[in-house]
Design a protein around this ligand. Structure first.
Ligand SMILES: Nc1ncnc2c1ncn2[C@@H]1O[C@H](COP(=O)(O)OP(=O)(O)OP(=O)(O)O)[C@@H](O)[C@H]1O
Length: 257
């Protein structure tokens, strides 16, 4: 197995609060890591640190051996790290197409000159973008692909989450970070969405995924390896079965002992 991603002793502080405390974590190519822990344990801060939104006070983050600590978010994105957010960052008044294609910002020609005067290229790029967005939506659901020009506010929660994942995937990431994708979904939608994640994995066998989830069913079904945080520290890791058998996890996180 090839190591794709590594966090080495990463620490983040917000004033007097130690949000991440010497966290180390490795991700092999093509694997799914489940990141769990109580509220406030530092999971989203970890994603924000990997994607360049939070500054570290110690440690390093590497992708393919390259140190990406402290780079601007757009440079980290260019190195193949895409994410979704716990609170949706979709624009409800725009179409499905617009919301997904914005994820290709690296390759879009956003200049007024280009779009006004290089008409043929503009038309070609719209056609190419349409094909790509349609193909991506189809991998999740054909009915969703048929609604490519619907405004987003007409879609239900699971389809909105799918759009967020499509927007992250259209950049062809090597590492995909999913921040609590099942939040706000019904149990049936959550179940369906687990199938989506596994489909994404089979379509992108070399891409790695880190998923933050409170739903243990989701973690059990999709994660190859589980990492448990508490107060910004790693307190357990291993297979799902090993982690849920850990007495600390049972008592502090699952509420059973
Ligand atoms: N920008 C910020 N400024 C100050 N404190 C912050 C900031 N972001 C997060 N925190 C604090 O850092 C700690 C870790 O927060 P974080 O959001 O990473 O936790 P989490 O494990 O993702 O929680 P949840 O499961 O509720 O989303 C919390 O105590 C939180 O209040």
């Amino acid at each position: 197995m090839t190591k794709l991603f590594e966090a080495e002793n990463v620490s983040v502080r917000f004033g007097g609060l130690q949000a991440l405390d010497g966290l180390s974590l490795e991700v092999e190519e093509g694997t799914i890591i489940g990141l769990i822990g109580p509220n406030g344990s530092g999971k989203t801060t970890f994603f924000n640190t990997v994607t360049g939104l939070c500054r570290t006070v110690g440690g390093r983050v590497l992708i393919d051996g390259e140190n990406i600590t402290g780079l601007q978010p757009r440079h980290i994105y260019q190195r193949g790290v895409s994410r979704t957010f716990q609170r949706s960052r979709l624009c409800l008044s725009l179409s499905v197409f617009d919301n997904v294609v914005i994820g290709r910002q690296n390759s879009l020609d956003l200049t007024l000159f280009g779009n006004l005067f290089r008409r043929r290229r503009f038309v070609e790029s719209v056609r190419e973008n349409h094909e790509q967005v349609h193909a991506l939506l189809s991998t999740f659901s054909e009915p969703l692909a048929a609604r490519i020009f619907d405004p987003l506010h007409r879609l239900n929660m699971i389809d909105r989450r799918r759009i967020e994942v499509c927007r992250a995937l259209i950049a062809n990431p090597r590492l995909l970070l999913l921040d609590e994708p099942s939040a706000g979904m019904t149990p049936d939608e959550t179940h369906e969405f687990m199938g989506d994640i596994l489909k994404v994995r089979s379509d992108h066998p070399r891409m790695s995924i880190i998923i933050i989830e409170h739903e243990m069913d989701v973690i059990q079904r999709v994660a190859d390896h589980v990492v448990v945080l508490n107060f910004g520290k790693k307190v357990a890791e291993g297979t799902f079965d090993a982690v849920v058998a850990n007495p600390w996890v049972q008592e502090a996180y699952l509420g059973t002992s």
